[in-house]
Design a binder for this molecule. Structure first.
Ligand code: ZN
Length: 161
């Protein structure tokens, strides 16, 4: 069965920065699961998956613009310490924190901590990187009516609710 819109795809991946070390990989016992054609994974990845079948292995290289975008200087901001969620944890440079904003809570990385303010970087951790994914397609199946209604895959590796 080939990957096309409304198929549920299970796949293994190893993610690395192009020319660099592995950044993360899927659990060998628990492939990632997604519903194809509904913006559940990066668009450039979805295009590369189109037409593949279970057992196919391939590598995708994505420029930052096709992955998590370029680093935006304006995303390095100074905020009041009171906007940091759970500031009890040690706030030191490099720590991951959550910042409350008008648009909701966002993930950030601490740059510098002051007495009342904190400088944080809200760029995606993979922003600015050219990424390489080693992909192995584990399974392709038809989506259920419920999955189509929810626009995502259900089950282990997908949404479990
Ligand atoms: Zn659902």
């Amino acid at each position: 069965m080939k990957i096309e819109r409304n198929k549920v795809v299970a796949f293994h991946y190893t993610l690395r920065q192009v020319g660099g070390e592995s950044l993360e990989q899927s659990d060998p016992a628990r492939p990632e699961l997604y519903l194809h054609g509904h913006n559940n994974i990066l668009l450039a990845m979805e295009r590369a998956f189109e037409g593949r079948e279970a057992g196919d292995s391939f590598t995708i290289e994505l420029a930052p613009k096709d992955a998590y975008g370029e680093i935006k200087p304006e995303r390095k901001v100074r905020v009041s310490l009171k906007h940091i969620v759970q500031p009890k944890q040690s706030l030191r440079a490099g720590a991951r924190v959550q910042v409350q904003t008008k648009e909701g809570t966002i993930d950030a990385r601490v740059i510098k901590v002051g007495k009342f303010n904190i400088d944080v970087d809200t760029n995606h951790p993979l922003a600015g990187m050219s990424l390489s994914f080693d992909i192995e397609i584990a399974d392709v199946r038809d989506a259920t009516d419920e999955e189509l209604a929810h626009r995502h895959a259900h089950g282990v590796g997908g949404h479990e609710h």
